[in-house]
Design a protein around this ligand. Sequence first.
Ligand code: GLP
Length: 265
Amino acid sequence: MRIVVCESPEQVAEVAADESIEYLGLACASTAKNPESTVLGLATGSTPLGLYQKWIERFRSGEISFRNVVSFNLDEYCGVPPEDPQSYHYFMQGNLFKHIDILPQNTHIPHTNSDDLPASAEAYEIAIAQAGGIDLQILGIGSEGHIGFNELGSSFSSATRVKTLTSKTRQDNARFFASLEQVPKMAITMGLGTIMNARAVLLLATGLHKAQTIRDTVEGPVTAMVPASILQFHPNATLILDAAAASKLAHLDYYLECERNQQSL
Ligand code: GLP
């Protein structure tokens, strides 16, 4: 694990854009760094919005291209059609996809408008595998340590599946809906096993309200009660935090020294 601490959410976005650049096609196709194709795992929530804005800016300036990128989003609410403004389909379209040159057929978000949700989840896991697996997974984190919609108690080996949301998650996400009653009760989410199969993971967290869950993720025991703590076992996980989100880490000075020495923990 690497812990990178930034002064502000703006700097978190900038550093995350820098960290992800090797996974994106450079606009100049002749450079050796241009990957043939990259599979990105994408997240929703407010935290990755700054990163998506940086990607859009760098795309517009001609620095990067998403022409060779295939994307798989972490999750989608059940019972919310793709054209609904509360859906993650709508979120991704408005906040990223329509602003860049990613090919629509290369973007994937779980289908939750199916009569057979378990089959839809299973098909999603197979599609990720057929694409060659995820090269770089972007993650936010829920206030109780969920990643995607892997709520507390999620099996460490779980694949993409239908998940019931906790009342805390529904309350946290109620700010995007007209009322708490309208927040869906279920979602399809990549599993913890799916996320752990990604070759690299970038988890972004900002704000004091994420400080305790970041402490539990990094310094607590690895437990399904804090699903993100499984990242302690990931060989290539980087946490990019602002100072507020990092503020409860007991050994912060040591992590910063390791980062200066270019060492993972
Ligand atoms: C939702 C998403 C998660 C996201 C979390 C935190 O529950 N399913 O992927 O990490 O929200 O959102 P925010 O970044 O808005 O705090």
